[in-house]
Design a protein. Structure first.
Length: 216
């Protein structure tokens, strides 16, 4: 069995290795790895410890209740994209707060901002991406699963104009799943969620589309 120790000290124990896939006994959410792979250690079956730096999560699939995940070292292109995103976030943050950007500009910038995370310490003025929309933090706090940005008006304010339909983004858990009536764009089409807690891909269950309804 293998063990991976993440940057914040989190230990992922009793891992199997199948090719380049680590297999956990339980489901590990993507957010466990987010901003947590700058420096990790991997302990193999014989107790040998290998240190890795600047890693990224390549894939994380759930099969029969187990996470199959792949880690790899960031490429030069990955690092350049991250640096571009950081610079863009810094230079556009004030314009987002003052609502000086057009809908098209905001939709272009959304994915350059960090995604909302549960259990993260947020400071007043922080901006993040939640379900394809930008939100500003109104007061210092540690986020909780039941304080959803689109519902907790005392903690967050949307910085997207009313009526903007965001691109669909893959939810990472119950905290950012889509609910009944939520609208997204996917594949050049607008879709409406038919259920609460929707993590399915629009048109992913054709021809039935039990979870999303396309606009005609």
């Amino acid at each position: 069995m293998y063990k991976i120790t993440l940057e914040d000290g989190t230990e992922l124990k009793d891992l199997e290795l199948n090719g380049n896939n680590f297999i956990a006994n339980t489901v590990i959410e993507d957010e466990v790895f987010e901003d947590n792979l700058g420096k990790i250690t991997i302990t193999d079956e014989e107790g040998n410890i290998e240190e890795q730096k600047d890693m990224k999560l390549v894939a994380n699939r759930v099969i029969d209740g187990k996470s199959w995940f792949i880690l790899a070292e960031k490429t030069r292109a990955d690092k350049e994209r991250e640096e571009f995103a950081k610079v863009t976030e810094i230079t556009t943050r004030q314009m987002v707060k003052e609502e000086k950007l057009s809908e098209e500009e905001l939709l272009f910038l959304v994915n350059l901002y960090p995604k909302y995370r549960v259990g993260k310490e947020y400071k007043e003025g922080d901006i993040f991406n939640y379900q394809g929309k930008l939100y500003e933090v109104l007061q210092n706090h540690t986020s909780q699963e039941d304080w959803k940005p689109d519902e907790a008006g005392s903690l967050y304010v949307s910085r997207m104009p009313e009526g903007v339909i965001p691109e669909w983004q893959q939810p990472t858990g119950a905290h950012d799943a889509y609910n009944t009536g939520d609208k997204v764009t996917y594949g050049g089409q607008v879709w409406t969620s038919l259920i609460d807690g929707n993590t399915a891909v629009p048109d992913g269950d054709e021809p039935y589309n039990r979870y999303w309804e396309p606009e005609s």
